[in-house]
Ligand binder design. Sequence first.
Ligand SMILES: Cc1cc2nc3c(=O)[nH]c(=O)nc-3n(C[C@H](O)[C@H](O)[C@H](O)COP(=O)(O)OP(=O)(O)OC[C@H]3O[C@@H](n4cnc5c(N)ncnc54)[C@H](O)[C@@H]3O)c2cc1C
Length: 389
Amino acid sequence: MQKFDIAIIGGGASGLMCANCLSHSFSVAIVDANPLGKKLLATGNGRCNFTNVNISVDKYNTSMVKKYIEVFDNKNTINFFEKIGIPSFSDEEGRVYPLSESAKDIQSALIRNINAVHIPQNATKITRKNDFEINLSNGEKIWAKKVIMACGNKGLRELLSYFNLPIEREETMLCGFKVQSFDKNLFGLRENAVVRVKPLDFEERGQIQFRKDGISGIVIFNLSAKLDNRIKYPFEIVCELLPDISEKQLTTLLKDRCARCENLYVKDCLLGILKLEMAKYILKASKVINLERKLSQLTDKEIDEIVKNIKNLKLLCKEKYDDGQVLSGGIKLENLRDLESKIKGLYFCGETTNVYGVCGGYNLQWAWSSGYFLANKLNKDSEVKKAGL
Ligand SMILES: Cc1cc2nc3c(=O)[nH]c(=O)nc-3n(C[C@H](O)[C@H](O)[C@H](O)COP(=O)(O)OP(=O)(O)OC[C@H]3O[C@@H](n4cnc5c(N)ncnc54)[C@H](O)[C@@H]3O)c2cc1C
């Protein structure tokens, strides 16, 4: 019979942080069918953007993260990783990466110091008599005095259905959108733009990535994190292409080239200004016809329309892609006390809580902060108990 002081369900970012801090003072099992830290390999495009130098509460969906991040913030995170052999650097956006730019190094460093049993199975149901009983995907069971839920919130409700806790269904967050009447020729383009969504007062500059039938990229992921009930599908986003030149400058540039470039045709009017496929799209959206005319024949009205479409490119988002970076849902922080649920000994961290932040290292920071906070609390409680206080 395998019995442990603590079972950590999920060996991802938050679970590994807990295991690092707890596995030298308690007997710990990490239950996860996947190799420990596997998901970290995909983060930051394989470079693992593990925190941000500009961590602040307003980057999250709830200000209740404050208490936890104050205990273990971005500086603590950077120090922690330095101590376990990972020096880091930050880019101009404040995103922090390992110096080697290798997520694999983060994964290896987190695993290296753990003194726990890895049980390579998924937990399928958790119940409690005296101890917690954890059913595994191979039909076996293990028992633990305390359980830390660190498995993200996919299937969390079903896993914990025995306890009747207020767990919200998962929903994709930090994701792209499918676009109505999408022009497939844009597939593969990356365009710098300022993205605006009026009802949300959303305005952010970044790179839009055009997919087979929609858009993604960090700026779009951040937009997805801001959606609320002011938005109904389909909703309009307005993209200002060529954000470094004003409408007036662009108009002057086009008029000037009409006057000077005798050998160009209307179809070439955006040559060298926009990528070819985007230029074709803009001309179509601007309803410019007869593209074989000499450029000098392009009218002022047509130029105005082209400029308007470049500076206010409208896309109608009809639904989310389901391959987001984060799942919202899980248990709300207001339903936990220091990350412990109303079921004594049952704790939550990382994505099992209904916390998410914008892109840039904020989500992993939440995994580290909540994991550390929890482990610190359990270590302290145990010291108090040992000292008979
Ligand atoms: C492609 C991608 C890129 C990302 N890049 C970044 C980034 O650069 N920076 C950033 O801050 N955030 C990034 N994120 C988000 C970040 O990865 C998550 O916020 C973070 O991993 C959450 O940590 P966690 O410990 O809560 O869960 P996870 O890291 O998801 O770990 C959960 C673990 O639980 C296991 N598990 C699931 N169900 C069970 C079960 N029933 N029984 C046992 N084990 C189970 C899983 O196998 C997994 O190992 C990215 C996400 C994705 C998808």
